[in-house]
Design a protein around this ligand. Structure first.
Ligand code: GLP
Length: 269
């Protein structure tokens, strides 16, 4: 897999890459481009750029199908802290993606297990995910697959770790007691089924998870390390998230970035 370190804003670089991939694919109604989508602070800039690219006529979402990674259990789609609401606000209301082409797990479904099963079926029926975008939790979680999740896990109801609830409390007015205890999440296996994976991590809070990926063994204790088992996976990080990498690696990154400051430095893992 590739670790890319970018000096500039991750959002615009990522949105440009997505745009290129979609245009190269040339989606049609018969052959839509299927995107896996994340939520979280890290990807807000990426969504803003995608909206801009749409407004500038660079990107057409009419033949794109999307599947979001996760949703809190128990929150209604109208709840401002739900991922439904996040997606409406950050992306869907600013682009031309038809409503029946975006999918988000329903955290209020009467039968949550049936909801998860149906989600896996819907992904399969769409032909599978071409590009799965994602963020990384401070503890290395991907989607809501907390440490210990099996690499073959599928979409399911999961219990959130206390530290994840604390990290996400900032979206709930800092009140951790309001953060749901459970969520619905695609599995690590669901993510690994995608043709290509592009995950993003920014800020020092993610530096440990990034260093684990770069140096450590492949282990369910750090779900992010599952990306190493995929033939076409990339983790794009900013300079702060690269701060816990060993000095020699950081030195190489600095040299590469000095040569071409607008391009990411690449490390093969
Ligand atoms: C949540 C989401 C993850 C996301 C993570 C990081 O826990 N379920 O999919 O990667 O937050 O979020 P942030 O970008 O806000 O740090």
């Amino acid at each position: 897999m590739r670790l890319l370190v970018l000096q500039q804003d991750l959002g615009s670089w990522t949105a440009q890459q997505i745009c290129k991939k979609i245009r190269t694919f040339s989606p049609t109604a018969q052959k839509p481009f299927v995107l896996g989508l994340p939520t979280g602070g890290t990807v807000e800039g990426m969504y803003a750029q995608l909206r801009t690219l749409y407004q500038q006529g660079e990107l057409d979402f009419s033949h794109i199908i999307t599947f979001n990674m996760d949703e809190y259990a128990g929150l209604s789609p109208q709840d401002p802290q739900s991922y439904h609401y996040y997606m409406q606000h950050h992306l869907f209301e600013g682009i031309n993606l038809p409503e029946n082409q975006h999918h988000i797990l329903n955290g209020q479904a009467p039968d949550l297990h049936a909801e998860c099963k149906a989600y896996e079926k819907a992904i399969l029926a769409s032909g599978g995910i071409h590009l799965f975008l994602g963020g990384v939790g401070r503890n290395g979680h991907i989607a809501f697959n907390e440490p210990g999740s099996s690499f073959s896990s599928r979409t399911r109801l999961v219990k959130l770790e206390e530290n994840t609830r604390q990290a996400n409390a900032r979206f709930f007015d800092g009140d951790v007691s309001r953060v749901p205890t459970h969520a619905l999440s695609v599995g690590i296996g669901t993510v690994l089924d995608a043709n290509e994976i592009l995950f993003l991590a920014s800020g020092e809070a993610k530096a440990q998870a990034v260093a684990r990926l770069a140096l450590g063994e492949i282990t369910p204790s750090w779900p992010i390390t599952a990306l190493k088992t995929h033939p076409n996976a990339t983790l794009l990080v900013d300079v702060k998230a690269a701060l816990a990498l060993p000095q020699a690696m950081q030195e190489n990154i600095r040299k590469e970035l000095a040569k071409s400051p607008t391009q990411p430095a690449q490390i093969l893992l």
